[in-house]
Design a protein around this ligand. Structure first.
Ligand code: HEM
Length: 240
């Protein structure tokens, strides 16, 4: 009789998705795709230090990519759809792995005591729960961020086609800075653990002391510091 953990589908793709390692691989690959986007987005944002023309021209260029083969803006929509697909797969795999992990632990309790460093809720669960809560907070942040700087409905001073103005206006408000700084620090924590886990899942092994162990922290610091530079630049008057 099939158990809850056993794959029930016959197609290779279905069996892969139904397996724990398959879901972990999907999480890893989609996570790395999102890291690639974040790195490019962070670099693009740094154009703010080159002035309004550089930043706004870059945003306009993003909409012209692929012309004349693709109509204006279509490449950006393809990119957005790809990103959304990566986010959905990443979140669904995370939610399903969490549910599976909880079921497996409940079964474990019947047969013996759970290994724990601090009573029932040990330090061992710190990283996964930080990843879950951090990930959920980041999802809320991204929705607000898109409404703030892409759609503009959450931004009282939004000017269509002028991201330089929108960014400077945003970071001239103290509580907007606070939201961004907290969210970016959470992003750093998420990337730090997530990239190392993803690299291990995909077989780029090595102990905590090896290059894989240092990759997560390194990429997390570069991306977080790169993003933080923008609100800090506006707050210090370097960008105005
Ligand atoms: C200081 C940090 C950040 C700044 C200044 C910033 C700036 C911007 C700006 C100006 C846009 C609109 C671009 C355009 O319409 O051409 C945008 C869009 C976006 N940002 Fe950010 N961003 C930051 C951090 C982040 C982070 C941390 C994430 C993800 C975790 C993120 C995800 C997105 C997404 C998904 C879009 C929508 C892309 C689109 O629809 O074209 N951003 N950001």
């Amino acid at each position: 009789m099939p158990t809850e953990l056993a794959p029930r589908t016959r197609t290779p793709a279905g069996r892969f998705w139904a397996s724990t390692i398959g879901k972990k691989a999907v999480m890893a690959v989609t996570g790395l795709v999102l890291v690639g986007y974040l790195f490019a987005h962070m670099l693009g944002n740094l154009k703010v230090f080159l002035g309004a023309d550089a930043m706004n021209e870059y945003a306009a260029w993003l909409r012209r990519i692929g012309e004349p083969v693709l109509p204006f803006g279509v490449f950006l929509w393809i990119l957005r759809c790809g990103l959304l697909l990566a986010v959905v797969l990443h979140v669904v795999a995370a939610v399903q792995l969490t549910a599976r992990d909880r079921r497996a632990r409940r079964v474990g309790y019947v047969h013996g005591r759970r290994l724990s460093l601090r009573g029932g809720r040990g330090l061992r669960s710190f990283a996964p729960s930080t990843m879950r809560w951090g990930g959920a907070t980041l999802a809320v942040y991204v929705v607000w961020h898109v409404l703030d700087l892409t759609v503009g409905v959450a931004n009282r001073d939004f000017v269509e086609g002028d991201p330089y103005h929108n960014v400077v206006a945003d970071f001239s408000v103290w509580w907007v800075n606070l939201i961004y700084i907290v969210a970016l620090l959470m992003l750093g924590l998420h990337l730090n653990h997530g990239i190392t886990s993803a690299a291990r899942t995909l077989g780029f092994g090595g102990g905590t002391g090896g290059w894989v162990g240092n990759l997560g922290p390194l990429v997390a610091v570069v991306i977080t510091v790169g993003f933080l530079a923008v609100p800090l630049g506006v707050m210090t008057g370097l960008v105005r």
